[in-house]
Design a binder for this molecule. Structure first.
Ligand code: SAH
Length: 393
């Protein structure tokens, strides 16, 4: 274990339980500097303040606990147990019509660097820090103990989420079981989950509540689901009684996924069609008034702060196209999942688009990430998904 001593005054944010220690706050590091190892963190006068995973980079320590306690199998088990209890309280775990949920949301569950999504009998575990990667086998044991017979498989998917420079050479693969059954249920709808090759852990679990809300607006509407990926919004719109649903994504693979998921729930449903096309091109070329419900759920336009200005312009351009073309009385579901874009900045980008289109636009709902993606109150950076449901006169 390392011992890290902080510079004078650099313990302030830790006293407010913020879980990150930046490299500039460190006075000195004692012990073998193996990336990902546990570090006991001391203030400048030598008193204990936190324990966390040490990593090379701007965020040097991700804090696991502010109590001087061992970080071992029992520790992981306690943390996972609380996470599961929270999901049961929310109503997403142990629910016969829903076996798709996020069990661990990094800092939101006091487990920085770790994500675990549950898809039926399979848990997909993703490490975002070298420390969590190193603890993966301990985490598997803890997960088995906490989840019991709720899961049979644990798939580890960290190939693209770990720092390249750490040279961990890890590969994606099963750490428990290995069932090829890839179908999970969300609110009674079934989805194939591509944990092997898909984005994130294979599915965007974070849009569950927003997809439910869309279902309530879908009846009799002509729906465009832009950036559809696995087609979550499309399948809910079909169940909600949409007149037609068009799914668009620039990736041909996403189009195959959405078609497969529609077929799984509504075989041979002629109301649905999917297109592999660029969003901006599609929105420019589509007929005026072709749709009266449009979903815009693009990938994060700003992955970090430097890209912010262009990202905001991108959101404005995208929303402007939708406002220009949507039928009067239409509904727009618009989202940003960029952590670097604040809710107010996103609202301003959408406001600018509305003003440029000259349409009357009302905000009906203000959306955010669901309860199984909790925000640690001491870590506001954990808030990333925001959206609006708009009525366009
Ligand atoms: N709404 C989806 C998640 C969207 S993820 C859900 O609920 O699951 C973002 C998607 O946007 C990806 O599938 C990606 O292939 C697609 N994409 C990225 N750039 C695009 C572009 N310029 N035009 C159309 N689709 C794009």
């Amino acid at each position: 274990m390392l011992t890290i001593t902080l510079k004078r005054g650099k313990d302030e944010s830790l006293r407010r339980f913020h879980p990150w220690i930046f490299s500039g706050a460190i006075q000195h590091i004692d012990g073998p500097q193996d990336e990902g190892s546990l570090a006991r963190v001391l203030t400048c006068d030598g008193s204990y303040i936190a324990t966390g995973h040490w990593q090379v980079g701007s965020i040097a320590v991700r804090v696991l606990t502010f109590t001087d306690e061992p970080v071992d199998g029992a520790f992981w088990q306690r943390r996972l147990q609380v996470a599961l209890e929270a999901r049961r309280a929310i109503g997403v775990a142990d629910n016969v019509s829903n076996d798709t949920f996020r069990l661990v949301h990094g800092e939101g569950d006091n487990l920085p660097g770790l994500v675990i999504d549950i898809y039926g009998k399979t848990a997909v575990m993703q490490a975002h820090s070298v420390g969590m990667h190193r603890c993966r086998y301990e985490l598997v044991e803890a997960l088995k103990a906490v989840m019991g017979d709720r899961i049979d498989n644990i798939f580890y998917k960290s190939e693209t989420t770990l720092p390249f420079k750490a040279e961990l050479g890890q590969e994606n693969g099963f750490l428990l079981g290995g069932s090829p059954d890839d179908v999970a249920m969300e609110n009674g709808l079934r989805f194939h989950i591509d944990w092997l090759r898909g984005q994130k852990t294979g599915f965007f679990v974070d849009q569950r509540d927003n997809r439910s809300l869309l279902e309530r607006y879908a009846k009799g509407r002509d729906v465009l689901n832009m950036f559809c990926y696995t087609g979550g919004f499309s399948v809910y719109a079909l169940r909600g009684g949409a007149r037609l649903v068009h799914s668009v994504d620039s990736s041909a693979k996403a189009v195959d996924l959405v078609n497969a998921n529609v077929a799984l729930n509504f075989p041979n449903d002629a109301r649905h069609e999917a297109f592999a096309e660029d969003a901006f091109r599609y929105l420019v070329e589509m007929a005026d008034g072709a749709y009266d419900l449009i979903v815009l759920d693009p990938p994060a336009f700003a992955k970090h702060k430097d890209a912010l200005h262009n990202a905001l312009k991108g959101y404005t351009r995208l929303n402007l196209r939708a406002f220009e073309k949507i039928r009067p009385g239409g509904i727009v579901f618009t989202f940003s999942c960029s952590q670097a874009v604040s809710k107010d900045q996103f609202r301003t980008a959408v406001f600018t688009a509305a003003a440029q289109s000259g349409r009357n636009v009302r905000i009906l709902h203000q959306l955010h990430q669901p309860a199984d993606h909790p925000v640690n109150i001491y870590h506001p950076e954990g808030e990333y998904l925001k959206g609006f449901v708009l009525f366009v006169e």
